[in-house]
Design a protein around this ligand. Structure first.
Ligand code: RIB
Length: 319
């Protein structure tokens, strides 16, 4: 049986330009390739979870326009259940303008369109999906009122919740005890904890503070510095897998989608985190958001390869 993951979140079309470096304010930089690609934090996480082995249901509001139809078709091809996606004929589908620099870093501006109109009523109409799901995966690229409804329904059905608090914003203190796994990046962890997160030590302090607010598993992702986890019997810094970055867009989304699947499968947290880190590492070696998410077979092969490499004798050592 595949783990059943319910994703409540956004869907965007990413309009992407590759640039040699990100421009400063007021500066024009001549770019290279332009691409129009499927994105949006919610949809990216849904695709990542489906490819990692999940049975995924997506709850969203998508503009009933050309971009929106393409997004929907892409999600359909992934086998994601879309019965609770509202096609909105009054608002355009979400669009993200993305610059990707040669070192893989990006900057993103989002016009949320229909995503900003996902309502508590939309979420409540998806109540049957909360009854059958095994985990709720949710982000902050939709109205907080919709997130709150999703948290309430999850609590009602005793569903574990993975909240990816992206993009960074303040969330009510009452939410924390309803979150099972919280996965901020450094910027988001700084905003939520009030501690500036720059490295594993400051991340460990921020994670401890967030746990005090009532979240049992806090995982702060630190890009090439790996991650810090603070959970019952697990306080650890896990280094990142070393890869050559092409595009870091959606690496956090791929991480969350894969983590939701691995945790729901009942893997121990440490193993689930390595699975999710492997998925994210593969994704940064590929261009684009949803298209960069690896399949389960690719994730497992990557982990096997890395395990084999780590057992190989290093130059200058004897076996
Ligand atoms: O997390 C990456 C995503 O953020 C992009 O796909 C873009 O659509 C924005 O939502």
């Amino acid at each position: 049986m595949k783990p059943r993951i319910l994703v409540v979140g956004s869907s965007n079309t990413d309009l992407v330009v590759k640039v040699p470096r990100l421009p400063s304010p007021g500066e024009t930089v001549l770019g290279g390739e332009f691409a129009s690609l499927a994105g949006g934090k919610g949809a990216n996480q849904a695709v990542a979870a489906a490819r990692a082995g999940g049975e995924v249901t997506f709850v969203a509001r998508i503009g009933d326009d050309a971009f929106g139809q393409l997004s929907l078709e892409g999600l359909q091809k992934e086998g994601i259940h879309l019965g609770h996606v509202v096609m909105d004929s009054h608002h355009p589908s979400g669009v993200a303008l993305i610059l990707v620099a040669a070192d893989g870093q990006n900057s993103i501006a989002v016009a949320p369109g229909a995503n900003a109109h996902l309502s508590p009523a939309d979420v409540h109409r998806a109540a049957p999906a909360f009854r059958t799901a095994q985990m709720l995966l949710v982000q902050l690229e939709i109205p907080l009122a919709a997130v709150q409804s999703a948290l309430e329904l999850a609590a009602h059905h005793r569903l574990p919740v993975l909240l990816n608090p992206a993009p960074a914003q303040h969330i009510p203190n009452e939410w924390f005890p309803h979150i099972t796994y919280l996965t901020p990046n450094a910027r988001e962890a700084s905003a939520l904890s009030g501690i500036e997160v720059t490295d594993p030590d400051s991340a460990a302090r921020a994670a401890a503070r967030l746990r005090q607010k009532g979240v049992p598993h806090v995982i702060i992702t630190l890009a090439e510095q790996g991650l810090v986890v603070d959970a019952p019997r697990l306080h650890k810094h896990l280094p990142a897998f070393r890869v050559k970055p092409v595009d870091t867009t959606a690496a956090g989304d791929v991480f969350c989608g894969a983590l939701a699947v691995a945790c729901t499968e009942g893997r121990p947290l440490l193993e689930a985190l390595r699975f999710a880190q492997a998925a994210a590492a593969i994704s940064v070696t590929r261009f684009g958001a949803q298209r960069s998410a690896p399949t389960r077979a690719e994730i497992l092969r990557f982990l096997e390869d890395r395990a084999r490499e780590s057992q190989r004798p290093q130059p200058g050592t004897t076996s």
